[in-house]
Write a protein that binds this ligand. Structure first.
Ligand SMILES: O=C[C@H](O)COP(=O)(O)O
Length: 376
């Protein structure tokens, strides 16, 4: 519950020139009242197709006498394509049960929205060694209610309650361990779904820690709260998911192509050397164009310089590719396809973290700001 009309327009202004270079898929979940304004501002900035929108909550019913509520159908009508379900603050402050969250996920699917299913354990649950069991029950409730086929378009967000808006970020190792456990639960339902379903991490993600978190093999992106209120932070976090080819790289690529063509032409030209080279420029060219020593030495020098240029440009491209790869833990949410439903047993052997280990892995950081406008 952050923001204002002015904030929305300023936020989009802060994004507009810098979104194109990002490889990450971006979804904004504004407070409901600002959804139309944000949609309009994004369209004006030319970002309508680039940034997706989602609702922070929805009612399970499609319509009816539910004062103060908003249905999935209404969110869709307002331009949303996603809906958050089971956010820890909804679970905590609105007492949303696993069953209600599952109904909301089904309502989102019915309305043609993609559910972002939030799961996460409280500090007490973690200290009791129940972290994996809690998130397993949370995700199972949704899978059981909706079925794996319907959930092919969904995403999961693991957001440990103790890390939300507290500045206490899960270490990359702890986050990866929980994500691997979640992936294991998904796999127990459907192997294909487990591979395709994006599992995002949320909980005091910042530009400074995003790359480390996103490097986890099972961490496909972030559900960002407080840090997303600052466009620069937001872009920094999204940038940790990779960037598209920069203008510099494009220029290098073009130079490489021109260099390669020139090099190939010169090599072919010099195949006959001497008189043949001169002949290529017309009668007497060898003595008039390149001096008495002939064109061969000039062409040889040119070839050498082009070859040097070729290697330098190649090294430049290799360096830029390396830099990009270093920041590319993941390219964002992959396209999701419908997977065949196949309900299996839920594994009961996923290890919970020991208390001492969990305590050690809770890393205190600076105070964070709680928010409701996450991104991926
Ligand atoms: O909705 C976002 C998550 O609750 C994370 O929030 P946070 O980044 O402020 O900790």
């Amino acid at each position: 519950m952050h923001g204002s009309r002015a904030f929305v327009t300023d936020f989009v202004r802060g994004l507009e020139d810098r979104v194109d270079e990002l490889a990450a898929r971006l979804i904004l979940f504004p407070p409901l009242g600002y959804l139309p304004l944000l949609r309009e501002a994004l369209a004006e900035a030319g970002l309508a197709g680039r940034v997706e929108l989602g609702g922070q909550n929805l009612h399970p019913a499609p319509d009816g006498a539910y004062t103060g509520e908003c249905s999935g159908e209404m969110l869709k009508d307002l331009g949303a394509s996603w809906a958050l379900v089971g956010h820890s603050e909804r679970r905590q402050y609105a007492a949303e049960s696993n069953e209600l969250v599952a109904e909301k996920a089904a309502a989102a699917l019915r309305a043609g929205l993609r559910p972002m299913i939030c799961v996460g354990e409280s500090e007490t649950e973690r200290e009791a060694g129940q972290a994996v069991a809690v998130v397993t029950a949370q995700i199972n409730a949704v899978l059981d209610h909706c079925g794996t086929e319907a959930l092919a378009s969904a995403a999961v967000a693991y957001e440990p309650v103790w890390a939300i808006g507290t500045g206490r970020t899960a270490t990359p190792e702890l986050a990866q361990e929980m994500h691997a456990a979640l992936r294991g639960v998904l796999r127990s339902w459907d192997e294909s779904l487990a591979e395709r379903m994006p599992v995002l991490y949320g909980g005091s993600v910042k530009a400074a820690n995003a790359a480390g978190l996103f490097a986890g093999a099972d961490i496909d992106g972030g559900l960002v709260g407080g840090a997303s209120l600052d466009p620069t932070e937001f872009l920094g976090i999204a940038g940790a998911l990779g960037k598209t080819v920069s203008t510099f790289e494009l220029v290098l690529l073009m130079l490489l192509v021109v260099d390669a063509i020139a090099l190939a032409a010169l090599v072919l030209l010099q195949q006959g050397r001497g008189a043949d080279v001169g002949a290529a420029f017309g009668a007497g060219a060898a003595n008039t164009m390149f001096g008495s020593s002939g064109s061969a030495s000039f062409l040889t020098k040119l070839t050498v310089w082009l070859a040097i240029g070729f290697f330098l440009i190649s090294f430049g491209l290799a360096w830029t590719a390396k830099e990009r790869a270093a920041n590319m833990g993941n390219l964002g949410i992959p396209t999701v396809e419908v997977a065949a439903p196949e309900v299996g047993d839920v594994p009961g052997d996923i290890p919970a973290l020991e208390d001492a280990e969990a305590e050690e892995q809770l890393t205190p950081e600076t105070e964070g700001v709680d928010s409701d406008i996450p991104d991926l």
